[in-house]
Ligand binder design. Structure first.
Ligand SMILES: O=P(O)(O)OC[C@H]1O[C@H](O)[C@H](O)[C@@H](O)[C@@H]1O
Length: 560
């Protein structure tokens, strides 16, 4: 329902920035970077992290105007309302309290008048006890063997975050030590290929299946869960299911109906959005099974540290706020629709896919929180790959084609230092040389005059010219550990929220994913009736009917 609340683009602060844009367009990063005073003001340190945003196409004046925009958007008030548990997800009438998932035990965070922190810690305790039983071998499977392998079945927010954190910890020396002899796999896609890959080489006797679904209704997850249940029953009999399957969900009734012992159901709550759920049992249970609860606790502490910083630091030094405002600047004023997330860390290879969901499912909206059509676009296209791999793939476009603001993420120390004596630099130094060089290559570019001085032939000068003036920011972490992974996660979660708060949208619903699900249900019904009754596809347009006919004609009825 529309209300009379003004859209952010109607405020003086927004209009002022539009005017200021003309000034910024006249500048080049080459010149902006020569002002050490400006650059110094664009560096922020907190709890071991260092953010350098001096390569953004912004001046100190731009930052002042963005802070005025934050004021016009009532950002302080919106952040306060989130932490207070108010129902800021208005279309679903819910609080948004992922910050409660990593709050200290004595914190008080209320949803609907009730302090949720004791519930959170109750489930954390349950996970601690359960994961220790599994890891120590005191909990055994149906044939008396310890369960050393875990398959997590889940999709979207019940998959991407835990996979990102698992991938980041897999090579962390402390975590590696704790994971000896154990395997953690993720089954997300309903594609039978993903099922086959997941069970390949695993023995049901030593496997625990964790079904993760907030709703316990997601079609892909439930089908994959049934498939793995059959896999267990076929090998070990029906009575093995409660010993080999547990669940994470809000819906304990459905969990029990599925055949999972309700005592082995780990709760999440309606106030945790799927894509913000990695700090709930969704991530904490699988990660504790693999690495032990004490490692995962450090991850939660890292996230909590950023929550405190986000909640209490003045905006001019507040990392998620600055990042969010700069993203609004890049998208809505400079007109850059994409953002590249480029970790110079192979262990962060699943970070961009996770942030893709956090950001694109949150901020890809067409109306304001009050239901008014937006005359500007929100959200951005997030993508990324670890450096240096990406350099040999899509960086060409970023250097000489489209302008795509880049996030460079690096670590001072490597998880796995490799240094062969005969090499001049270690692998990590080599990696980080690129982390330091790329932002300057993007910012400065290379002029025709410089090329002439290098005696480049005239015909190649246009091809070898780099316009430069391409924005990026650098985030330097001391190391990649459970703690800093938690920090990184929370920084991006809050950055996305800041963007949504400023744009005036609801970043916490996802109605856009529903229509496709409804249409798939119609197709599913049609496939079923065609298979069982031989009916021809009907009720679809010419295109879909033709494709369905081809599929049915050439894909024989599967053996059940
Ligand atoms: O956890 P589940 O209820 O199974 O939901 C899994 C996912 O599916 C939905 O379609 C949403 O787009 C995601 O936000 C959600 O994380």
């Amino acid at each position: 329902m529309a209300s009379s609340t003004a859209l952010i683009c109607e405020t003086e602060a927004w209009k002022d920035l539009k005017g200021h844009l003309e000034e910024i367009k006249k500048t080049h990063l080459r010149d902006l970077l020569s002002d050490a005073n400006r650059c110094q003001q664009m560096m922020v340190e907190f709890d071991g992290l260092m953010l350098d945003y001096s390569r953004q196409r912004a001046t100190v004046e731009t930052m002042d105007k963005l802070l005025s925009l934050a004021k016009a958007a009532q950002l302080t008030e919106k952040i306060r309302r989130m932490f207070k548990g108010e129902h800021i997800n208005t279309t679903e009438d819910r609080s948004v309290l992922h910050v409660a998932l990593r709050a200290p035990k004595d914190a008080v965070i209320k949803s609907n008048g009730e302090n949720v922190v004791p519930q959170v810690w109750g489930v954390l305790e349950q996970i601690k006890i359960f994961s220790e039983r599994i890891r120590s071998g005191s909990w055994v499977g149906a044939t008396g063997k310890p369960l050393k392998d875990v398959i997590v079945v889940g999709i979207g927010g019940s998959f991407l975050g835990p996979l990102f954190v698992h991938t980041a910890l897999q090579t962390d020396p402390e975590a590696v030590d704790c994971a000896k002899g154990r395997q953690l796999r993720f089954l997300a896609n309903v594609d039978p290929v993903d099922v086959a890959r997941n069970i390949n080489g695993l023995n049901p006797e030593t496997t625990l299946v964790v079904v993760v679904s907030k709703t316990f209704t997601t079609a892909e997850t439930m089908l994959n869960a049934r498939t793995l249940r059959d896999w267990i029953i076929k090998a070990l009999g029906g009575s093995a299911v409660p010993k080999h399957m547990v669940a994470v969900s809000t819906n304990h009734v459905k969990v029990e109906m599925f055949g999972i012992d309700p005592r082995n159901a780990f709760s999440i709550w309606s106030w945790v959005g799927g894509r913000y759920s990695v700090c709930s049992a969704v991530g904490v249970l699988p990660l504790s099974l693999q690495y032990g609860f004490s490692v995962v606790e450090k991850f939660l502490k890292g996230a909590s540290s950023i929550d405190q910083h986000f909640r209490s630091t003045p905006f001019e030094k507040n990392i998620p706020v600055l990042l969010g405002l700069l993203s609004v600047w890049n998208v809505s004023f400079l007109g850059h629709p994409a953002r590249a997330i480029l970790p110079y860390s192979q262990a962060l290879e699943k970070f961009a896919p996770h942030i893709q969901q956090v950001s694109m499912e949150s901020n890809g909206k067409g109306v304001s929180i009050d239901g008014l059509p937006l005359p500007f676009e929100t959200g951005e296209i997030d993508f990324g790959e670890p450096g240096t791999n990406g350099q040999h793939s899509f960086y060409q476009l970023i250097h000489q084609g489209r302008v795509i603001p880049c996030d460079f993420i690096g670590t001072v120390k490597s998880q796995q230092p490799v240094h062969l004596k005969r090499e001049e630099v270690s692998n990590h130094d080599e990696l980080m040389s690129n982390f330091f060089a790329q932002p300057d290559a993007l910012a400065y570019g290379k002029t025709p005059e410089e090329l002439q001085k290098e005696n480049v032939s005239e015909n190649l000068i246009p091809h070898k010219t780099f316009s430069g003036n391409r924005p990026s920011l650098s985030l330097l972490l001391p190391e990649l550990s459970a703690y800093t992974v938690g920090q990184l996660l929370a920084i991006y979660e809050h950055r996305v929220a800041v963007q949504g708060f400023v744009w005036g949208i609801n970043s916490f619903d996802q109605w856009g994913v529903e229509l496709g699900k409804v249409l798939a249900t119609q197709v599913r019904k049609q496939l079923h009736s065609s298979r069982t009754q031989g009916t021809a596809p009907e009720g679809f347009n010419f295109s879909t009917t033709t494709l369905l006919k081809r599929y049915l004609e050439t894909n024989p009825k599967p053996e059940i």
